[in-house]
Design a protein around this ligand. Sequence first.
Ligand code: PLP
Length: 385
Amino acid sequence: MNPLIYLDNNATTRVAPEVKEAMLPFFDELWGNPSSMHNFGGQVMRYVEEAREKIAALINADPSEIVFTSCGTESNNAAIYGVAEILGDGAKIITSRVEHPAVLGPCRHFRQHGYDVVELPVDGVGQLDLAALREALYGGPSLVSLMWANNETGTIFPISEIAEIVKSVGGVLHTDAVQAVGKLPIDVQKIPVDLLSLSGHKLYAPKGIGVLYVRRGTRLQTFLIGGHQENGRRGGTENVPYIVGLGKAAELAMAGIAEEEHRVAALRDKLEAGLLATCPDSRVNGDRRNRLPNTLNISFEYIEGEAILYHMSDLGICAASGSACSSGSLEPSHVIRAMGVPFTAVHGSIRFSLSRYTTDADIDYVLKHLPAIIAKLRAMSPFVN
Ligand code: PLP
C-alpha cells in the first residue's frame, strides 16, 4: 500500500492530537450553553474566554477584540459587509485581483449595488503595486481588503507598508490572514490593521471555526443578528468544543512558528530545488523572497496539472492544482492568470503546501516519483514535439 504524503495543507490541515484531546470534554461532561444562568452551563464560558485569550495572544490583540465566527469565509464576509454598510453606497472598496473568492465575491456584490470597487493588479510574482494602491485611495472614504499571504502561491503582501498607506488617509483596513496565521509572526500592535480574518482548519484546529479580529473602535455593522453572544457582534450560540480547539491550536502555533519558519521552509526549499533540477521546463510561481515558509507553487510546462495530480494521487501524494474545473473546461486560476504566467505554464501549475507533520522522507518520496510522472506526461503532450 502507498503511504499518505499529504502536501495540501493550504487546503486544510489535520486536527492536531492535542487539539482533539482538548475538545473532547466539551462533547461529554461540559456540554452546557455558556450563556445559561445556571452553573452547569455558565461554567463553560470560562473555557471560551480562555480560548479567546490564547487566540488574542497569538496575534498580540486584546481578548475583547476577538469575535468567533464559523470559518474564514464568514470572517471575510462579516468584515466587508460590516464596514461597507456603514460607509454607505458610493463608497470605495479596494481589493486585489488575487484575493480568495470569500473576499472577491462580497466586493463584487457591493459593486453591483453602486459601490466603487477597485481590484488592484499584481506583477509576475503576484506582488502588489503600492503606487496603484495610493492612487486608488484618492477620494472618498475607503475600505481596503488585502490578503496577508496568498493561498495559491504563498506570496506575502507588504502588509506593514499597506497599513501605513491606508491609515495615513484614514481608510479602514481588513486583511485576510487565513493562510498567514500560525505560519508567520503576526502582531496587530505593530501592524495596525483594523480587521483580520483567520480560520481554524488552516492551523490544525477543525473545519468550521474562525475568528474576526476587530480593533477596538472600528465601526462595524453586525453581520449575524440574533442573540447577545460575542458582545452583540455575532449572534448564535458559541461552538464551544471548536472554540476550545482553536484556543489550543493557537497555543501550539505560538510555540511552533519558529519551527515552521526554519524546518518546514528547509523541506520546502529541498522540494523546490529537487524538482527544478530534475524536471526540465519547470518554473516557480510566486515571490520567492516573500513567501509563506510552507508553500511551493510550481508549473511544469506543456502538461495539465490535473493529470499530474491524478498520477501523484495514485502514489498517495496529495497536492493541489491551479486550475478550477468549471463548466466542463479546466480554467486556470484567477491568481495564476492575474500574474500573467505564460500560456504554456498556466495549466501545469501544482501547489505543494507542507505542514508541521511533513517529514524529510515525505519530500524524498515526491522527489523519487514525480520526475518520472512529468517525463511520462511530457512524452504524451501534444505541445511538445
Ligand atoms: N481566505 C483564504 C486565503 C483561504 O485560503 C481560505 C480557505 O482556503 C479562506 C479564506 C476560507 O476559509 P474557510 O475555509 O475557513 O471558509
